[in-house]
Design a protein around this ligand. Structure first.
Ligand SMILES: [Zn+2]
Length: 368
């Protein structure tokens, strides 16, 4: 099994500047390679492939000797990233999705580089990168498996991190409980389960809104390119990071709670995540997409199943008698003529559980 381990790393100013230098060289290579592709297509209707651009890297090093210090694998990865951006653009065009053409990367928009087997080593709590220097790692948990790829990244608040992508990690499934549950997510409560339990939505963004606004305003008043502006930019980034981390920790906590107890968790399948983007801030603050992603990844390691149930009027249908009881979002209680009167989200969670069980426990043969 594969897994990525990410840690904060610390170093001195000189080494930090070298990281910046590498990022800047990678960014230039990315932009130049993109430009080359665009020109070749516009002028000659020719496609330039990643392998062709990689083959020319030795010449790049000759023409621009500053590239000599950067590992070849790092530079190859830059071209592969561009290739990926191209491929996903054409894939989206094909499927008719909204597709943005790969863009040139501005300053502060190219924030990581990747090494494979060579050019780095671990010595206890230290990571040493050839031609850059030494970093102290804050090992918050042990690295498992075999390290295949390492990525050095800089956050928007200028913190440095290393991610180790590892393979061959033994899975560690949790003991079976023979329990399953349906889960409904919403704006009122973050989550309601088919046992009627609710988890409130903590609204981290809203709590930090005042400080975010103040820092944003202070940033907008600083002169572009000035030192004070850079400091203000970091403060804004730190405030955003805080919200992001709080939310992620919350999602991890809830995912763990569910995975400890249930073998199978039924969730509603939400088709177009894109369509959530323009919604109001409180909805963004809830971030179910991130939660479900975490839940799915953690479930794989825990040997649990997450089953997506097609969303078919789960909030309208009565979980007791199956009647259709239309109601708009403002109606918080499901009142049915059969006598059932329960919380709206609880009713949805029961429907998700039922639909999920029908899907999951039907004879395997019909699923083939
Ligand atoms: Zn009913």
């Amino acid at each position: 099994m594969k897994k990525t381990f990410k840690y904060r790393i610390y170093t001195n100013i000189g080494t930090t500047q070298k990281v910046e230098k590498w990022l800047s060289l990678c960014r230039q290579l990315y932009n130049n390679s993109l430009e080359e592709k665009i020109i070749a297509y516009k002028e000659r209707k020719e496609s330039i492939f990643a392998y062709q651009q990689m083959k020319r890297l030795p010449y790049l090093k000759k023409a621009f000797p500053e590239y000599k210090q950067v590992g070849s694998q790092v530079l190859q990865d830059v071209i592969q990233r561009l290739d990926k951006a191209y491929q996903s653009f054409f894939r989206r065009v094909k499927t008719g999705e909204k597709a943005g053409f790969p863009r040139f990367k501005g300053v502060n928009r190219y924030n990581s580089f990747t090494l494979k087997q060579t050019g780095w080593r671990l010595e206890g709590k230290y990571l040493i990168i050839k031609n850059i220097g030494k970093f102290k790692i804050k090992l918050s948990r042990p690295i498992e498996g075999t390290i295949k790829i390492i990525t050095i990244s800089k956050s928007s608040s200028d913190k440095l991190f290393v991610s180790f992508s590892c393979e061959g990690i033994s899975d560690n499934p949790l003991p079976k409980t023979n329990k399953s549950i349906g889960v409904d997510v919403g704006c009122e409560s973050f989550l309601t389960d088919s046992n009627g339990n609710k988890i409130d939505n903590p609204r981290f963004y809203k709590r930090s809104e005042t400080i975010l606004k103040r820092r944003q305003q202070s940033l907008s008043q600083k002169v572009k390119g000035s030192n004070r502006r850079n400091k203000a930019r970091i403060l804004v980034a730190k405030a955003h990071e805080k919200v992001f981390n709080q939310r992620r920790d919350f999602h991890f906590k809830i995912a763990n709670q569910l995975l400890q107890v249930y073998d199978v968790i039924f969730i509603e399948k939400m088709k177009a995540w894109n369509s959530f983007r323009p919604l109001n801030r409180s909805m963004r603050d809830v971030a179910w997409f991130q939660f479900f992603s975490i839940l799915k990844v953690k479930a794989v390691y825990a040997g649990r199943e997450i089953v997506e149930v097609p969303a078919k009027m789960t909030s309208q249908i009565c979980s007791s008698c199956g009647n259709n009881v239309p109601k708009d979002l403002s109606v918080r209680v499901h009142n049915c003529s059969c006598g059932l009167s329960i919380d709206r989200d609880f009713n949805s969670a029961l429907n998700i559980l039922r639909a999920g069980q029908a899907l999951w426990y039907q004879p395997r043969i019909s699923r083939l």
